[in-house]
Design a protein around this ligand. Structure first.
Ligand SMILES: Nc1ncnc2c1ncn2[C@@H]1O[C@H](COP(=O)(O)OP(=O)(O)OP(=O)(O)O)[C@@H](O)[C@H]1O
Ligand SMILES: [Mg+2]
Length: 366
């Protein structure tokens, strides 16, 4: 899995038998700086896009193959013992309303480099069936975190954030809430040179500008009813620039370091508020909120989220048995398993697709 934060590639090795689930190992590789820059620029239109996308997809497949190799070494397994790799690819456009979503990927090269079957292109079948193509993780979250006696919400805070609502004896629900880490990372990098605000410490010293926040929350996406999904198509540097400009600020380095921290704090509160509003509007009966994704490691974001959800237990997924950085990668292993066993991977109630569909395409090892 390589998500919208563009921080790197997470891989997990899992064994799934008769719906029994076991995680055997986790490996991570950062994206090389040139590849990260290229993938980021491919999120908006630019010169020679097809050529740039082709090169980026090859470089990404090489990193995927490295992660697979690391995992096999770590877990002491041979390629022949692996049923399949689920390879999500890197989302560079997500426009389900226009009938497409694009994940840059080179599954043929990945199959060639690893000698393993590769399942890729998980989202487009759901979009072809009239769905959002996202989020695809609620079925997996359901298999892992649902409880027979209470409503559980799973929050994934990647570049964007999404929730899964798991009620006893009901199909899961879920949708994207808004920006997760993407805007926080962009602002932090601009002002500190660090790719993200470690533990949320830099932003924690800032003050939220409530009027700026209220203005950001007027973005129509927040009030759309589900099914809905979002990405860097909406919440990107341009969105950040326009928002700051409407308050007389530029998105360049601020002369006033306190103001830079205030913007970070306000963006952090925006991410927290978007998630909390989604939960209170759609799952006020929840007793537990399980948080996964890198945003769970941002203590300032977690504190803000807990403060808005005082009637619920808010805890990282570690306390439910799975490391916060493994959940999304495990979900794509699960989706690959669903493909191999010819089971639907989407939840029509979540994506709005016309029905359940087997997701992905197979690139055989040989
Ligand atoms: N120690 C940390 N403190 C604060 N933030 C962190 C920390 N570690 C990771 N993060 C944040 O998490 C992000 C990576 O999270 P993650 O991999 O879940 O996102 P993603 O790649 O967008 O995933 P997906 O799209 O699959 O949900 C980083 O870009 C950073 O913002
Ligand atoms: Mg990531």
């Amino acid at each position: 899995m390589s998500g919208t934060s563009l921080d790197g590639v997470d891989g997990v090795l899992t064994r799934i038998e008769d719906h029994q689930w076991e995680t055997l190992g986790h490996a991570h590789a950062p994206l090389p700086a040139t590849l990260r820059a290229s993938l980021l620029s491919l999120n908006s239109s630019g010169p020679d896009e097809l050529h740039q996308a082709a090169l980026a997809s090859q470089a990404l497949a090489v990193v995927y193959a490295q992660v697979v190799k690391q995992l096999c070494e770590l877990c002491d397994v041979l390629p022949d013992e692996i049923t399949a790799i689920g390879a999500h690819g890197q989302t560079v456009r997500h426009r389900p309303e226009l009938g497409y979503t694009i994940q840059i990927n080179q599954p043929a090269l990945l199959a060639e480099l690893t000698g393993m079957d590769v399942i890729a292109d998980f989202r487009s079948r759901d979009v072809a069936a009239g769905g959002q193509g996202a989020p695809l993780v609620p079925a997996f979250h359901h298999s892992l975190f649902a409880r027979p006696d209470r409503t559980v919400v799973v929050v994934n805070i990647g570049g964007m954030s999404n929730i899964s609502i798991l009620r006893p004896e009901a199909p899961p629900q879920g949708f994207d809430c808004g920006p997760g880490n993407a805007l926080l990372d962009a602002w932090c990098e601009l002002h500190t040179g660090q790719p993200f605000d470690v533990n949320g410490e830099w932003g924690a010293a800032g003050e939220v500008h409530e009027d700026w926040l209220q203005d950001a929350l007027r973005e129509p996406f927040f009030n759309l009813p589900p099914p809905k999904s979002t990405g860097r198509d909406l919440f990107n540097r341009e969105w950040l620039s326009n928002w700051l400009a409407s308050h007389g600020q530029t998105d360049g380095p601020q002369a006033d370091p306190q103001l830079a921290r205030d913007v970070q704090a306000t963006l952090c509160e925006l991410s927290a508020r978007a998630i909390a509003l989604a939960i209170t509007d759609h799952a006020s009966d929840a007793t537990d909120v399980v948080v996964c994704g890198g945003g769970a490691l941002n203590a300032d974001l977690m504190r803000r989220l807990s403060e808005h959800l005082t009637s619920m237990r808010v805890a990282p997924s570690d306390t439910w048995g799975m490391d916060v950085m493994q959940v999304e990668a495990a979900a794509f292993a699960w989706l690959a398993w669903a493909h191999v066993t010819r089971q639907a991977g989407n939840v029509p109630e979540v994506t709005g697709a016309r029905g359940p569909r087997v997701l992905g395409a197979l690139y055989p090892a040989r």
